[in-house]
Design a protein around this ligand. Structure first.
Ligand SMILES: [Zn+2]
Length: 461
């Protein structure tokens, strides 16, 4: 047992399952148990070791596995009402000709409905925290409505407020002036400051600065976002080197590449969280690694758009934090990190033609421990003192029988729909097939009704 001192009573005891701690010192505990009290893990050990505790509630987890909650480090919940549309386009056309016309039609209530839908889907699939990159529409009331929606389902995380700022020449050339990106850099920063004040670091769902894309955003906006994050104690989040075109466009405009510029400006560090980070030179990989910056890797989305393959091994060896993201309901079509874990391994193997290029235990680390590092939450590992954010996955189904290696079973055989229970801060937010805090049927019905109307208005159906 890791530490049972003072844990004679606890709120919740999950006992009898395999416990995948993601703590290198503890590994996987067969016939294990996890005790929760005051929103945190109080003890981890074998079921026998924790048998003397006096829990308010005990859950029999025999035939199941208990693991840290999964952490989605890049999604766009507002895209949920466009799920299943937009197929077969390169990323820029997908954005300019499909996603932005859709986004321009969204009302605040549409976005709230999409965020509720996505958060419910995530909770059902064992996700306990997420980073939502929200930029449509990004007025403070809507940004805060998204945060409220995520929190109302019971999840934690951050909403990165999307911004482009005063149009750069690159932005004007690519149709990024006006519309969704109508504010000057100073206006954007003040609007974001207002949102962070309403949901500062430490909030269950906080707000971060979220410049849309390093290549196209105003350079001054990127400087100001990093500065704001430093001053207010948040992270900041932006798309970066998502496609081959990003560094090419940047080089043509500025004579350097996006990551090299960020590094040159001193903007890379643990607060910098870059979505995708695919097309990096060797030098840029070193820059991300040596500064301790983070990359949100979205393997399903990368394959959907044929955008490229992350340099996973090099980035991790260089010291970068690499975590997993779904990247939106319309560029992935699921908020399911089980699928992302499997694809994270497979895409590396296929790209390198090397079956040892990545493993299931690495994928689990990206989805849990590394996700917590990127998001800055004290979770991702089941150990005493950590936040009690965890997931219980049933192993009884035919597609999970047998499960000689529990970690491999979770990554290669399990699906989000195998999740039995999702717990955030010690609170059960999904159990017995239902989210506990919200009316899922009403959320799905409203989302469907709004989705039908918005795709008609946008002319994309
Ligand atoms: Zn994205």
């Amino acid at each position: 047992m890791a530490d049972a001192t003072g844990a004679a009573a606890c709120d919740l005891l999950l006992t009898g399952g395999a416990v995948v701690t993601m703590d290198p010192a503890a590994g996987v505990i067969e016939d294990g148990a996890v005790a929760v009290g005051g929103g945190r893990v109080t003890a981890v050990g074998t079921a026998a070791e924790l048998a003397g505790l006096q829990p308010s509630r005990s859950v029999d987890c025999r035939g199941a596995v208990v693991l840290p909650g999964l952490i989605d480090t890049h999604t766009h919940l507002y895209q949920g009402l466009a799920r299943s549309l937009g197929e077969g386009r390169p990323l820029w056309s997908w954005l300019a000709d499909f996603m932005w016309p859709y986004a321009a039609q969204l009302t605040r209530e549409d976005v709230r409905a999409a965020a509720l839908l996505g958060a419910v889907e995530a909770a059902r699939a064992g996700t306990t925290a997420l980073l939502d990159h929200h930029y449509a529409p990004a007025d403070p009331e809507t940004v805060l409505a998204v945060a409220e929606a995520v929190e109302s389902v019971g999840l934690r995380g951050a909403v990165a407020r999307g911004m482009a700022g005063t149009p750069s020449a690159v932005a004007r050339d690519h149709g990024l002036a006006g519309g969704l990106f109508a504010h000057s850099t100073s206006e954007e920063i003040e609007l974001t400051r207002e949102c962070v004040a309403a949901r500062p670091p430490g909030s269950r769902v906080a707000v971060w600065p979220g410049p849309h894309n390093v290549t196209y955003a105003d350079q001054e906006l990127l400087r100001a976002s990093a500065e704001l994050a430093h001053d207010l104690g948040t992270g900041w989040h932006a798309h970066c080197a998502s496609t081959l075109r990003d560094p090419e466009v940047y080089r043509d405009a500025y004579g350097t590449t996006p990551v090299a510029w960020l590094h040159d400006q001193g903007l890379l560090g643990p607060r910098s969280t870059l979505a995708h980070g695919i097309h990096l030179s060797d030098a840029e990989v070193r820059m991300v690694g040596e500064t301790g910056a983070a990359v949100a890797h979205c393997p399903v989305s990368n394959q959907y758009g044929a955008d490229g393959v992350l340099r996973l091994r090099e980035l991790r060896a260089a010291g970068a934090v690499v975590a997993l993201g779904t990247d939106g309901a319309a560029y992935n079509h699921r908020q399911d990190l089980f699928e992302c874990m499997k694809q994270a391994v497979l895409v590396q193997r296929m790209h390198r033609l090397d079956p040892e290029a990545s493993r299931s235990d690495e994928a689990l680390a990206l989805a849990t421990r590394e996700g917590a590092r990127l998001l800055g939450v004290d979770a991702g590992v089941l150990a005493p003192g950590k936040l009690a954010d965890l997931t219980v996955v049933g192993l009884g189904a035919a597609h999970l029988t047998p499960h000689h290696d529990v970690q491999a079973s979770l990554v290669y055989a399990a699906r989000g729909s195998d999740v039995l229970m999702t717990v955030v801060g010690g609170e059960v937010v999904f159990e017995d097939g239902r989210c506990t805090r919200v009316d899922e049927d009403a959320i799905c019905a409203e989302a469907l009704e709004r989705a039908t109307a918005v795709v008609r208005r946008a002319g994309i159906a």
